[in-house]
Design a protein around this ligand. Sequence first.
Ligand code: SF4
Length: 303
Amino acid sequence: MPLILPHPLMIVPQHIPATNLLAWYQQSRRDLPWRQPNVSAWQILVSEFMLQQTPVSRVLPIWPEWVRRWPTASATAAATTADVLRAWGKLGYPRRAKRLHECATVIARDHGDVVPDDVETLLRLPGVGSYTARAVACFAYRQRVPVVDTNVRRVLARAVHGRPDAGALSSARDLADAMALLPNDEAAPSFSLALMELGATVCTARAPRCGVCPLDACAWRDAGFPAMPGPARRAQTYAGTDRQVRGRLLDVLRAKDSPVTRAELDVAWLTDCVQRDRALDSLLADGLVTRTHDGRFALAGEE
Ligand code: SF4
């Protein structure tokens, strides 16, 4: 007899009870420095900027030194853009460093050096989007707000809706899903952290470890792991992209504490000079690199 898998539309959405998840989190959470009790709201905000689209393993060497050097928003605001870009190192997406610097300036100037505690005000800060605003309100101020990152979206898709991955981004739907699961008491922030941790360490994209999962019920597992309809998604590549070229150009500038010539920049990417010019133009347009009066190049604020 042929094996008949249930159609995804026939899967009944599951609820995620808090008890098992919270108990698992207490036992199994990673000892991340930005989750320690004495970390300030500003330092949590810094960690969330760094963690956007960047794995924990790459943030771990950078964050402790960063908050030791610039423990507050005002200390960060007093640094130059070039200092901040240099300290950002190879975390990638360097526009985040510039936005973090701008965010520090606004908090120091307009908010008395205190990170706002409500989502609406947080959302008006430079570089702070829906996820980061809710993460700070939840993790720094222990508010009952849904926090939805890629890991949470994947757990919700699998455990609640019986799909292998989250599909197209739908902020409103994902927030509503997460809100519906939040416990109605002071355990809500820990529940949000636990859900993220589950997605990051157990319900991973490529190899979910269902054997150690604390959830008693999971719609996707219980339905026999049905595949996503449609063609498989292609993995993103980095090699050869404009992002890689931008990173190479910034590496040259970070390594020097004075402006460099065009020739010194050119050796960073000899494969395709049109692509190199495009990458440099975009760095200039983003305000990450500046051109000096004598035609050389430097990190922003360092001319
Ligand atoms: S049972 Fe497996 S697929 Fe379901 S939430 Fe747990 S790890 Fe993810």
